[in-house]
Design a protein around this ligand. Structure first.
Ligand code: PLP
Length: 425
């Protein structure tokens, strides 16, 4: 190497980096919380932040039916690692779409629905939103206040116009602000996209009742708003598939066109396999092929072809009545454990006489509870008791177990009894 290219120690002389101007991005809150938790040297500490199921032993759970199918797949000489079609494994997308809409859905019977395999729920949101901004009229995009952070991240990444919030959480009642929500929908411009959480709203755990969904659908139909259902917890929320998909099936029964993103991370415990399905329901079957052709091109430049392993597991289970019945038991097991932990925490807080009302803990559903704890109380829980929860007061109920619920309840009791918060929160 010529002398001009090396330093005196003979190591190459490095040119100034072209990356020097890259600024540090803000950390992703939930991962920052986990990093802080890992660094905490205290022997007793609990992370109630991360959104994944845990057993009562505080361990991840590989669903037994998933384990069985994986063993079967490992011994199946007919399987290989060839590319899947760009739109995904047909047996998977068909079964997944039926799972969400119901076999007897008018959209299925009239051949007005299809699915596209995606990289989990996030990939389905991304693909659906990218398609809509490129090919459809969209005057504004609304997500609930609060919502799962990635909704707004994707809206902004795709440069959606008029990204707005509709009212959702009512701090006073610790429940749904249905009047505020309906008023905001009423005032939304025609052709606005409305992101809806089909069940187990993240982060609040508060869902509309069926009567409230009917009112939401009525406004949305009348105002020609487009529903995009985020279905990350189907079956996992209550253990009852029909109940968890009710809002979606109701909108479809009214003849509305919808998009719905499905995730199999939570309900199959397949977090890192990235199994998702984007469900598209249209009113004119002639539009199906053009939509598929455009989505094919979008997928081609994003991930090109979807991964096989997780989709094959889900497809095998959904297409086999015996395995399907086992899986339905598993979702009940998970939903029941979460429900029991809600009850346990609620009872402990009642017994301790913790100031305030706590019935929202048992009224909310799904993995998360929006506790109503304020940021100062959240900081106190962390610094004094090594209990880590999101700044918003969101708690992952799955991280609560029969062995830690007393500790956590006492910590919350002390936080609420001794740390002041802004009453408006
Ligand atoms: N939507 C909501 C509301 C979620 O809570 C999640 C996961 O936490 C997702 C979508 C998508 O998750 P994934 O991309 O892991 O399927």
């Amino acid at each position: 190497m010529s002398d001009s290219l090396v330093n005196s120690d003979k190591k190459p002389r490095l040119a100034p980096s072209r990356f020097s101007d890259v600024s540090q991005a803000a950390p992703i809150p939930v991962f920052a919380l986990t990093a802080a938790f890992k660094e905490d040297k205290n022997p007793v500490k609990y992370n109630l932040g991360v959104g994944a199921y845990r057993t009562d032993e505080n361990e991840p759970w590989v669903l037994p039916v998933v384990k069985d199918v994986e063993k079967q797949m490992a011994n199946d000489e007919t399987l290989n690692h060839e590319y899947l079609p760009v739109m995904g494994l047909g047996d998977f997308t068909t079964a997944a779409t039926k799972l969400l809409l119901g076999e007897d859905s008018p959209a299925i019977l009239e051949n007005r629905a299809f699915g596209v395999q995606t990289l989990s729920g996030t990939g389905a949101l991304r693909l659906g939103l990218e398609f809509l901004i490129e090919h459809c009229k969209c005057t504004a995009a609304y997500a609930s206040d609060p919502t799962w952070g990635n909704h707004n991240n994707i809206f902004n990444k795709l440069k959606y116009p008029n990204v707005r919030k509709y009212r959702y959480w009512h701090a006073g009642t610790k429940g749904l602000d249905i009047d505020g929500m309906l008023e905001d929908l009423e005032n939304a411009p025609e052709d606005a996209l409305i992101m809806l959480h089909a069940c187990a709203h993240n982060p609040t755990g508060v869902d509309p009742t069926q009567e409230q969904w009917k009112k939401i659908a009525e406004v949305m139909m009348r105002k020609k708003l487009f529903p995009f259902f985020d279905c990350a917890y189907t079956g996992f929320a209550t253990g009852d598939l029909e109940r968890d998909r009710w809002a979606v099936t109701y909108f479809v029964s009214l003849g509305m066109e919808i998009f719905a993103s499905m995730s199999f991370a939570k309900n199959f415990g397949l977090y890192n396999e990235r199994v998702g399905n984007l469900v598209v329901v249209v009113n004119n079957t002639d539009t199906k092929n053009p939509i598929i052709s455009q989505m094919t091109r979008t997928v081609r430049v994003m991930w090109s072809n979807p991964p096989n392993h997780g989709a094959r597991i889900v497809s095998t289970v959904l297409n086999n009545p015996t395995l399907y019945a086992q899986w339905k038991d598993h979702i009940k097991t998970m939903a029941t454990r979460i429900f029991e932990m809600r009850q346990a925490l609620y009872q402990r807080l009642q017994t301790l006489g913790t100031p305030g009302t706590w019935n929202h803990i048992v009224d909310q559903i799904g993995m998360f509870s929006y506790t109503g704890l304020g940021p100062n109380q959240v900081d106190f829980l962390r610094s004094k008791h090594h209990v880590y929860i999101m700044k918003s007061g969101r708690v992952n109920m799955c991280a609560i177990t029969t062995s830690n619920v007393d500790y956590i309840a006492k910590a919350i009791h002390e936080a609420v009894s001794t740390v002041c918060e802004d009453p408006k929160l």
